[in-house]
Each structure stands twice: as C-alpha cells, then as structure tokens.
Write a protein that binds this ligand. Structure first.
Ligand code: MG
Length: 390
C-alpha cells in the first residue's frame, strides 16, 4: 500500500516566553485534525515552543487538502493562543491566506510517500531552537560512517551506499538542489554540509532499492519574512531497518550533541540535546533540543509511539554531557563561536548598531590628514590675529 507520511510543525505561541505551548492549544489542534476526512491517522505533540502534527494518508506529497488541515488547525489554535495571551501567538503563520501548500508560509514540513514494507518502522524527529541544517551531521554519520552505521559493513544492501539530495537554502528563486552519492562523493558531501546555514540535507535514498529513507524540512523563516521571526526548527522523517540503517544506528550520532545555531534569539550556538517528547526549553531560551518518536505504520495506521530519547538510560548521561557543553560555551557570552557569524545576524537588530557606527569609522591616515588640516587652520587664525593687533 502507498502511504504518505506528513509531519508539519509550527510555533504558534507559548507560555512564559519561548518555553512550551499550552495544553488548551495542543488539544484544540488534536480535535481539529481528528475531524478531517482526508487522513488515516495522526498524532499531535510538542517540543519546546513548537507543535508537530504527524499525519498518514493516501493523498501523496504536497496535497493541498492535507496541508490545509495543518494550516487551518494552526490558524484555529492561534485564535486560542491569542485569547490566552500566549507569547508569540501565531508567530510562524507568516502569510494571511492558505495558498495550496504550507511551504513558504511559515510552518515547516517533512513528507514522504512510501510503498509500505510488511513492517514499516520509522522515526519522527522534531527539533527546536535550531537551524534547518541541524540534522546534517547526524544524517551523514548515520548513513555514511561505519563508526555509527555498522550496517555499512555488515549488510550488502547498505554497503551499496545512499544518494543524498542537498538543498542550497540561501537561494530563494526556487529549489536549488544537488545530488551526491555515498561512498564515492563523501568528501564533496562533507564540503557542502559542513555549512549548516546554507546546505541542508533534504532527502536520502537507498541506492540498493531507490526508496526514500529520509525527508527533512528545509524552511528558512528569514527567507520568507525578510527578518528574524524565529528559528527554523526542522522536522524530519527517517525510515529504519532492512535496506536502511537500524533505528539504533540512526540515533547513535545524537550522542555527540554537536553545536548548532539556534540558542537564545536564534543567534547563538549550542549543543543539540536529545530530549523527551513535550520537553520545554528554558536555559538561555534553549539549548537546541531534538525529540524522536518511533512508530510502525501498517495500512496507514500508526502504532503507539516509542519516545526514543526516553527509552534508554544512556540518554540521561548524554543530556548531562550536553548540559556541560552548553554551560562551557555560554561562559564566553557573545564572543567568538558562542554567537553566530555576521552572515546569520544580518536579520537581527545588531545590524542597526553596526549601521549607526559605520559613519564614525575612519581610516587612520584620514585622522592624521584631519589633524594636519586643523593645525594649518589654527596657524592661519593665529597669523590673522597677529596682523589685527599690530
Ligand atoms: Mg521553536
């Protein structure tokens, strides 16, 4: 059976700042989505200040009907968020009217149409306080590095490698993408995706079967809004087992807690911390967090979810390490790698400070020339003074 899995995510307001949405807003979305005739099954959850809507259906990718369910659910719940006075109510709803697809309107979407295997395990990831490229490194390691994916050595299907689709998210005229194959083009892939701000892994495909393994949301909010309105907070779907990496191989790189952009005001780096579903984020409006829910889907019906980062005590140790990494980088405040580079800050208020200072900058030679001119003027004035008093 062909099933489409759609995960759409947005921040439409939260309690106490950017911490977590209210129960009333979450249940309004659940009720709204549950009434839809277009979907087979669904789940609604939160991570930090974001709400995720996971839906299964047979309408295919980019279905206006399915995208409209999410848009209308978020719009309806935004009214409740406003009534409750939640902070940033409707924050990610960047357009006034739905135009057929949530892409380019604020909410981020990860979506794939699959031919269901007899058993079809997948993981729905959702990250908060993150750039769209936050998943680049974990995906590279899970699909191309035998240090994390033992299947690359142990499974003949996996050892045929994977095809990566990478998007240049700074290009706003259309979807500018490139496809690279592992293992032959691993260095080229690494050269691109080291830049999380610009090159984002959008999809990964098995070279053994051609099937899609991964779909990542690539929305960059500042490309839509033209200013900083919130971080991109990407959703991701990953199919696991058999011709794809095992669930544990996909999760393994998240023990690193690599530094990504998105901490405080989306303008600082912080460690990507694996957390439980529904976790809030309060330390320095962060750190960047990610949750992962495991499901099996059969004839479009979802099983109960497994909260992956709450299913093993090892993640508690990982969280403790991540807290140390966060605290260490926060020691240096705004300095150097703690804060993002100027290319990423161009959508923030710091540009106003820099623009104000710009005319005050002078080349040192100009200072010297000005001083010499002042001296000359002073001399002339003194001569005129002398002549007048003769
Ligand atoms: Mg968020």
């Amino acid at each position: 059976m062909k099933t489409t899995i759609t995960l759409i995510k947005a921040d439409i307001g939260s309690i106490g700042g950017h911490v977590r949405p209210s129960k009333e807003v979450l249940s309004a979305i659940k009720d709204f989505v549950g009434k839809s005739q277009w979907i087979i099954d669904y789940r609604v959850f939160s991570i930090g200040d974001d709400i995720g809507i996971l839906m299964t259906h047979t309408q295919g990718k980019d279905s206006p009907e399915v995208h409209k369910i999410a848009w209308d659910a978020f719009s309806f719940a935004t009214m409740i968020a406003k009534e409750q006075g939640l902070y940033g109510a409707g924050q990610d709803m960047l357009k006034d009217a739905f135009s057929g697809n949530v892409k380019g309107m604020g909410p981020s979407v990860a979506e794939m149409e699959i031919e269901e295997r007899p058993n079809e395990p997948f993981i729905a990831f959702a990250a908060d306080k993150c750039d769209a490229g936050a998943f680049n490194l974990p995906l590279y390691l899970a699909f191309a590095d035998p240090m994390h994916c033992a299947g690359l050595l142990l499974s003949s299907k996996l050892s045929q490698g994977f095809k990566f689709t990478v998007m240049d998210v700074t290009y706003t005229e259309g979807d500018r993408v490139i496809q690279l194959n592992s293992p032959e083009e691993l260095y080229e892939l690494a050269a691109l995706i080291r830049d999380n701000d610009r090159f984002v892994i959008e999809g990964i495909y098995s070279r053994a079967t051609g099937e899609q393994a991964v779909a990542v949301g690539t929305t960059r909010l500042h490309n839509i809004a033209g200013k900083y309105t919130g971080k991109d907070d990407p959703p991701m779907l990953v199919r696991t087992q058999s011709q794809f990496p095992a669930t544990g191989e996909v999760l393994s790189p998240f023990k690193i807690c690599h530094y990504v952009a998105g901490f405080m005001r989306g303008s600082h780096n912080g460690p990507l911390t694996p957390v439980r579903v529904g976790q809030g984020a309060s330390y320095f409006d962060g750190p960047p967090i990610v949750c992962a829910q495991g499901f099996c889907v059969h004839n479009g019906k979802l099983t109960d979810s497994v909260d992956m980062f709450d299913s093993d005590p090892v993640w508690d140790s990982v969280r403790a390490k991540s807290a140390d990494k966060a605290l260490a980088l926060r020691e240096q405040g705004f300095s150097g790698p703690a804060m993002l580079g100027m290319n990423e800050l161009e959508y923030t208020g710091v540009m106003e400070i820099l623009n104000k200072l710009e005319p005050k900058f002078k080349v040192r030679e100009d200072f010297a020339r000005e001083e010499r001119q002042m001296e000359k003027l002073l001399k002339k004035e003194q001569e005129v003074e002398k002549l007048l008093h003769r």
